[in-house]
Write a protein that binds this ligand. Structure first.
Ligand SMILES: Cc1cc2nc3c(=O)[nH]c(=O)nc-3n(C[C@H](O)[C@H](O)[C@H](O)COP(=O)(O)OP(=O)(O)OC[C@H]3O[C@@H](n4cnc5c(N)ncnc54)[C@H](O)[C@@H]3O)c2cc1C
Length: 546
């Protein structure tokens, strides 16, 4: 937490009266960043950032390429233009080195402005200096014709914003301080005057111009799921000239899209957030010609001569000689009766970088002891008032990587409580408190947590697949030698390494039995699968009657 003395050392705050400095101590977010980590994204709602230590780079994506358009040394701001013009961020900000940056949200900024009118005047003066260069860049930017309107922290608005971001759709976000009586949120408006109140994700996708219908019936490869494994298969399939379509039940990115920082993916020395990785893969797959259909779920696969028929929700069908299942896993739900009532209103599964606003200033509780829970704890400690990890077992050691345990141990903002379990949730419209049992003594205590992130493992959801795609006792799909050993494999050849017990159907990534549950592993398998697809298609051609 920043102190009054430290604030006095920052040029813009130096002349402020003591009461304004004391107000700032409690109102600003004191964010510690590793090099390359973003503190603001183009399109985010307005805020003012002040560099305290280290340095920041201001970047903007122009014609698909990210350019550094400015730098900020200690004492300098970022956010003066959106603050002055009441617009979303026209560019992004990231740490150029290990940095400490203060964030003043709109409320903090205007409260401070009322105490010290010199502040908005100075910020507006600086904004004017940057407008000319930004205007030049803006001329190169595509216009957005989507406006998302909703109250701050509204669960539905947050969901739509996340969906649009994960699909790389530019939109203007209008955040209301309070809901207007009688209005249903979120509201999505298009420039052509159409307006959607509390739209479904399918409606949002249609309004945003995303593909929700496949453009054809016949493909070379149909890929189920657009997580890292599915997107990589799409990149490779399309690059090698196969007619490739990906069917994704929600938005591209999969679980990786809900990860705040992936540290172990090669080529990103300071880590990369899951949504950035997914966004790059999506761009690449589309550029190479893969079709990505979102908000559609594959509900069945049936034989169709020497091809497979893939049935989508609503009954529409596609046909292809090859299917790649990359459907990953789904978060395990918290076994507490009231949980459904608080979903999106205090209880969240997974933790994406865009969830920082939910955690801001809150006492955050994280349930779980895996790497994803550890990453989330470290990320939220930069935004929350406090972070408490509730762990069922006696320690983190059994389930978390050493580097995360060390980072958590060194972080005064994170408290780890072992042998604890959440047994009930309380609140009126949103979560206010949780009941926690001490598994050693059996004592139940009420705790004031309004924000709970649940990360207690995940399951493969494969019950809908046909019986002849053999699975292990936990529902993960068997491939290669494991598939060959089942009664379901009847062909007179050995299956390819990633082939299931049904010839021509492959499984990659987390949904595959025995897979290493990592981004790099999913990416590797997605790429490998396409090599097997070529071999399978060649085999089919040689077996076809002349
Ligand atoms: C919070 C968190 C942090 C993580 N951190 C790391 C890390 O630091 N390093 C690391 O290597 N790994 C990390 N992982 C694990 C990594 O994200 C996964 O291993 C990886 O995402 C698996 O990729 P996948 O493509 O196999 O499946 P997923 O990412 O699960 O994607 C599957 C996709 O399929 C879609 N789908 C499911 N069923 C259907 C259907 N019937 N029809 C259509 N679509 C369907 C889903 O909507 C989803 O988008 C993390 C995971 C989480 C959740």
């Amino acid at each position: 937490m920043i102190t009054v003395d430290e604030l006095r050392g920052i040029r813009i705050f130096a002349p402020l009266p003591q009461e304004a400095l004391e107000y700032l101590v409690g109102a600003v977010e004191d964010i510690h960043l590793v090099p390359g980590e973003y503190f603001a994204h183009e399109g985010d709602e307005r805020a003012l950032f002040v560099v305290v230590e280290g340095g920041a780079e201001i970047t903007k994506v122009v014609n698909g390429e990210e350019r550094v358009i400015g730098v900020r040394a200690p004492g300098r701001f970022f956010g003066e233009v959106p603050m002055t013009l009441s617009t979303p961020f026209p560019a992004s900000g990231r740490a150029a080195e290990a940095s400490r940056i203060l964030k003043l949200d709109v409320t903090a900024f205007y409260t401070l402005a009322a105490m010290a009118p010199s502040i908005p005047a100075r910020v507006a003066g600086l904004a004017r200096r940057y407008l000319d260069s930004l205007q030049e860049l803006a001329a190169e930017q595509p216009e957005t014709d989507l406006r998302l309107i909703g109250p701050r922290l509204d669960a539905g608005t947050h969901q739509v914003a996340t969906f649009l971001t994960r699909n790389q759709v530019a939109f203007e976000r209008v955040t209301l301080d309070a809901a207007v009586a009688g209005e249903t949120y979120p509201v999505l408006e298009r420039a052509d005057g159409s307006r959607f109140a509390a739209p479904s994700m399918r409606e949002v996708a249609v309004a945003a111009g995303l593909d929700v219908e496949p453009s054809a019936t016949d493909y070379d490869v149909v890929i189920l799921g657009a997580g890292p494994a599915g997107l990589t298969a799409a990149v490779n399939g399309a690059a090698e000239g196969l007619r490739t379509v990906v069917i994704e039940s929600l938005a591209p990115g999969g679980q990786a899209g809900t990860s705040t920082r992936i540290e172990n993916y090669t080529g990103f020395p300071f880590g990369i957030s899951g949504d950035e990785l997914a966004s790059r893969a999506l761009k690449q797959a589309k550029r190479l010609g893969a079709e990505i259909v979102v908000t559609r779920t594959v509900e069945a696969i049936r034989p169709h001569g020497d091809r497979h028929e893939i049935v989508l929700d609503g009954g529409e069908t596609l046909r292809a000689p090859v299917v790649i299942a990359a459907t990953g896993v789904e978060w395990r739900t918290l076994p507490v009766p009231a949980v459904e009532r608080f979903l999106g209103n205090g209880v969240y599964y997974g933790a994406a970088r865009s969830d920082a606003a939910i955690a801001k200033g809150a006492d955050v509780c994280i349930i779980g002891a895996g790497n994803s829970a550890g990453q989330a704890a470290i990320f939220f400690s930069r935004h929350a008032r406090s972070v408490t990890m509730l762990v069922r077992g006696p320690s983190l050691e059994a389930s978390m990587s050493r580097y995360l345990i060390d980072q958590i141990g060194a972080n005064a903002g994170i408290r780890v409580e072992t042998r604890r379990e959440v047994v009930d949730l309380h609140g009126d419209r949103s979560l206010d408190a949780v009941d926690v049992v001490d598994r050693e003594t059996g004592t139940v205590s009420g705790r004031d947590f309004a924000v709970v992130f649940v990360m207690i493992g995940a399951d493969a959801v494969t019950g809908w697949l046909p019986h002849d795609i053999a699975r292990d006792e936990h529902g993960f799909i068997l491939t290669g030698a494991d598939a060959a050993a089942t009664a379901e494999w009847t062909a007179d050849r050995r299956p390819f390494a990633l082939e299931t017990s049904t010839p021509g159907i492959f499984a990659v990534g987390d949904v595959r039995s025995g897979s290493v549950k990592r981004v790099a592993a999913g990416v590797g398998e997605g790429g490998m699968a396409i090599a097997f697809v070529h071999q399978y298609l060649a085999l089919q051609r040689t077996e076809a009657p002349a």
